[in-house]
Design a protein around this ligand. Structure first.
Ligand code: SF4
Ligand code: SF4
Length: 420
């Protein structure tokens, strides 16, 4: 006879709106042993110190060398698709950049809190998660600090297709990934128009031209917690969503961060850490820029992402993405186990030309696979130039080529194509 497993004690129950507008609210029980703090454990003085002394910068600038390099290793199909996506997306990014200067189209209703109106409109447009918080300049990119005009932030998450995502890594899943950005970029502009019709300014922070690190603000707005995969785990779809923000001067009420139990749950789950083909995810949490988190190793992730259709295995194998937090957390309370862990259904994936990898098996890559350009474009150019000088006497033409290339990069501001 099977021994009955005693249920875990529940610390608290989180109530959230349904996945989409019109769907009933859901309840998420958080087991006693998963409860920590609302949002993320952090040391505010450290967050402030790092933002002052080592401000964050966009990967489009800081990691421009490898972001340029990825275009050279894309398959032909991915390359064509990415070029088409950029054609569709760039006008949305350009339009967003200018939205902060557009005047409201009506007079505001004096004294009215606009939270409910904006929330309802955003949900009607299709955003699955909508929350309000202050724009935290500590997370703004150095190059964007002056661009942000208004202090209230509307955090918006748009779910990407469930079925396409389960085929990760694949071009099919990239359609879901980039297609969601295209829709979200347009919807955010629509929502900004609506806010202007209420009498207020609305500045769109494009999902493809981020103004800063978005996740801490989404966590502050109660829309999820940071997962061990380095992504926002929102209650309905985990990290299977794309994030955008709107800053506004409309009077709104801020949400509060929530403890969904995910900070501790990830340490028990570890599925993404164990399944990452690049071994880019780290089991232990560390303190990084004032927050306690599992820190992704970028240099081990990027080569896999670039060569295998954006990878995303860490999103696909996450039980919160696949089953949603209400089911996963209830299952944990009932059984003490992670729903789906150890199953092919959750953990299996196929890597082109390498085959299928089920629970416990991972693809192998040699050292050269991980050798990619690092840093800013000019830094990488200089690295390569230095190596050449060390190994050989360079003819004058090559030195001139270096100078011309360097000037070109500096004139372009060192950046590359938009956020992914
Ligand atoms: S995208 Fe792939 S390589 Fe990168 S962290 Fe996720 S699973 Fe690992
Ligand atoms: S797979 Fe598990 S450990 Fe990784 S982010 Fe999802 S819940 Fe956390």
């Amino acid at each position: 006879m099977l021994k009955e497993v005693p249920k875990k004690r529940v610390s608290h129950v989180v109530k959230r709106p349904g996945r989409l507008h019109g769907l009933p609210d859901v309840e998420i029980p958080v087991a006693d042993d998963l409860a920590t703090v609302p949002g993320i454990p952090k040391r505010d003085e450290d967050v402030s110190f790092y933002s002052r002394v080592y401000p964050v910068e966009s990967q489009n600038i800081e990691k421009a060398a490898d972001r340029e390099w990825v275009w050279s290793v894309y398959t032909e199909e991915v390359l064509k698709y990415r070029e088409r996506h950029d054609e569709i997306n760039q006008p949305l990014v350009d339009a967003s950049l200018l939205t902060g200067d557009i005047a409201p189209t009506a007079a505001p209703e004096v004294g009215k809190d606009m939270t409910a109106d904006i929330h309802l409109k955003a949900r009607e447009l299709g955003f699955g998660e909508v929350g309000f918080t202050k724009f935290d300049h500590k997370y703004a990119y150095a190059s964007k600090k002056r661009w942000v005009k208004y202090e209230h932030t509307i955090c918006l998450a748009l779910e990407q297709d469930y079925y396409q995502t389960q085929t990760i890594p694949s071009l099919e899943a990239e359609f879901a990934h980039f297609g969601t950005y295209e829709i979200e970029g347009a919807l955010a502009l629509d929502l900004a128009d609506y806010i202007r019709s209420l009498g207020y300014h609305a500045q769109v922070h494009s999902p493809n031209d981020n103004s800063g690190v978005y996740i801490p603000m989404f966590v502050a707005a109660g829309l999820g917690q940071l997962g061990a995969n380095g992504q926002l785990l929102s209650p309905h779809f985990g990290s299977r969503a794309r994030l955008a923000m709107i800053t506004t001067d409309a009077p709104v009420t801020y949400d509060e961060p929530i403890d969904y139990g995910l900070h501790n749950f990830c340490q028990i789950c570890q599925v993404c850490v164990n399944r990452c083909p690049g071994r880019a995810l780290v089991k232990e949490k560390v303190w990084w820029r004032g927050a306690e988190k599992n820190k992704l190793i970028y240099e081990r992730c990027r080569p896999v992402m670039a060569r295998y259709d954006g990878c995303g295995v860490c999103m696909k194998v996450c039980p919160i993405q696949k089953y949603g937090a209400p089911s996963v957390m209830q299952h944990y309370v009932d059984t003490g186990e992670v729903l789906g862990k150890g199953t092919h259904n959750l953990e299996g994936y196929e890597i082109p030309e390498k085959g299928y990898f089920g629970p416990g098996s991972l693809p192998q890559f040699n050292r050269q696979f991980f050798e990619i350009p690092h840093g800013r474009r000019e830094e990488w150019l200089f690295e390569e130039f230095k190596e050449k000088i060390e190994n050989e006497m360079l003819p004058t033409e090559e030195i001139m080529d270096f100078a011309v290339e360097l000037k070109k990069i500096l004139d372009e501001g060192g950046t590359t194509r938009g956020d992914e």
